[in-house]
Design a protein around this ligand. Structure first.
Ligand code: HAM
Length: 433
């Protein structure tokens, strides 16, 4: 037999790593509850057409796509937003708005593996559907900030932009949407000169080229100053001005709400996904070259999937990258091992008694492990110690005649005989101390 390996770009999560991921997942679930998001579970594969409709060239090229046995072209989901938009255009179409949906699960992209970039990764994804008001955008940003605060990450910053600024300029110059998408893809990779060259080749005006060049260079932390600069730069392009005003409104509201974090506002910032129509954001930490979360407003996707015109805004948090950043910053996730009690029995005759006691304790919610290796007591205790078990219960024939067992405190290395009927009470009392 060959040596079987984990597929390239994919990982096995051993208990400690799985627990760290579950810890972050737990916090995202807590936030979903606090902000009123309800969980939905969608299929891991969807039709290729749905997944590629507005995802952008990069995701299209990196999809795990295949034909199923029925000859349908399918894809493993590279993100959740397309599935959510499909639901909004179908089953959830007539539900009262707003609708706040939370998804958690694995996604697949044929990315080139590197630190923090995998072919299978996990996201917590939040979408608020039905409102175009700036408070919706602010809440998505605030929720994300809460997540980073709660996991304890330091020095993270938000990059914030608005795709309506560049699209507004290009649209008013008559640049078709597909061509705009090409330019946005280049901006997503910070290839400013290439983006300008494409615009030039599309015969936009000199004024347009000069405006784009100026806009690409506008970035900074002072939101009032940045918005002022953008407005001045795009004054001849009405649509770009209203995009800048929308961004201004959101940033003012954010400031007024008291949510504080480091941010860089970048007028030329675009994201790879094509469906964004408004504000866009990403979160980064100094330890990683890749972003930890990303999202934005997409007001036309649901309509494109055959639904009613429905505004929406959302974000996805990369759980793998958040966990990795915590590790890099030396942040220990709070992990409850659950290792409380080990039951060790001497001689096969006491096997059923051991199982019975295990069952009584578990019914009372106490985690119990049974010694199943047939080890002698000393070896079994050594093993319990190594694995951080707090209490051992030893069943011996002499004690059992008196309906007693030995209860051993593994930390204090003390033990005493106790009646079986008192065992549960004693362990519960010890758990509380
Ligand atoms: P995205 O920026 O493509 O946005 O992905 C969001 C996050 O998923 C990234 O910031 C990153 O943390 C994680 N991620 C993406 N690719 C990988 C990878 N290869 N390995 C590890 N982590 C990765 C979206 O997916 C949008 N659907 C977000 C959204 C929701 N926009 C509106 N609503």
């Amino acid at each position: 037999m060959p040596e079987f390996k984990t597929p390239r770009g994919m990982r096995d999560f051993l208990p400690k790593e799985a627990a760290a991921m579950k810890y972050v997942e737990g916090i995202t679930r807590e936030l979903a509850m606090l902000y009123g998001f309800q969980e939905i579970i969608t299929p891991i594969m969807e039709s290729y057409e749905l997944l590629t409709a507005k995802s952008g060239e990069e995701i299209r090229q990196r999809m795990y796509a295949f034909e199923d046995l029925g000859g349908r072209k399918m894809g493993l989901r590279p993100e959740f937003t397309a599935s959510v938009a499909r639901l909004m255009a179908t089953s959830l179409r007539n539900k009262p708005k707003p609708i706040r949906l939370f998804c958690f699960g694995s996604l697949y992209r044929y990315d080139e593996p590197q630190l923090g970039r995998y072919r299978e990764f996990w996201q917590s994804n939040f979408e608020t559907i039905g409102s175009s008001r700036p408070e919706t955008d602010v809440e998505i940003i605030a929720l994300t900030n809460d997540l980073f605060q709660k996991v304890g990450l330091r020095n993270y910053w938000f990059k914030i932009g608005h795709v309506g600024i560049i699209r507004g300029i290009l649209g008013m110059e008559g640049v078709k949407e597909e061509d705009q998408n090409r330019i946005m893809q280049l901006l997503d990779k910070n290839l400013w000169d290439d983006a300008l060259a494409v615009a030039k080749a599309l015969n936009v005006s000199e004024k347009c080229l000069a405006t784009l060049k100026k806009v690409f260079g506008i970035k900074g932390e002072d939101s009032d100053k940045i918005i002022k600069e953008v407005k001045a730069a795009v004054k001849n392009y009405e649509k770009a001005v209203s995009a800048a005003e929308n961004l201004e409104e959101i940033l003012q509201l954010l400031r007024g709400s008291g949510v504080k974090f480091d941010m860089s506002i970048e007028a030329g910032f675009a994201r790879g996904l094509e469906y964004y129509t408004g504000i866009v954001f990403e979160v980064s930490v100094p330890e990683l070259d890749v972003s930890l979360a990303g999202g934005g407003r997409y007001d036309r996707l649901i309509e494109l999937f055959g639904g009613e015109p429905t505004p929406a805004v959302g974000i996805a948090h990369g759980i793998d990258r958040i966990t990795l950043s915590m590790e890099k910053q030396g942040i220990q996730p709070k992990i409850e091992t659950g290792r409380q009690v080990m039951i060790i029995f001497i001689g096969d005759k006491l096997k059923s008694e051991a199982l019975k006691i295990a069952s009584i304790l578990r019914s009372a919610g106490i985690p119990v492990e049974l010694e199943v290796m047939g080890r002698a007591v000393a070896r079994a205790l050594q093993d319990a110690d190594r694995r951080g078990i707090k209490h051992a219960i030893i069943l011996g024939p002499k004690e059992m005649e008196k309906q007693e067992v030995i209860l051993r405190d593994m930390t204090k290395r003390e033990q005493h005989a106790t009646k079986i009927q008192n065992l549960l009470k004693e362990i519960e009392a010890k758990r509380k101390t």
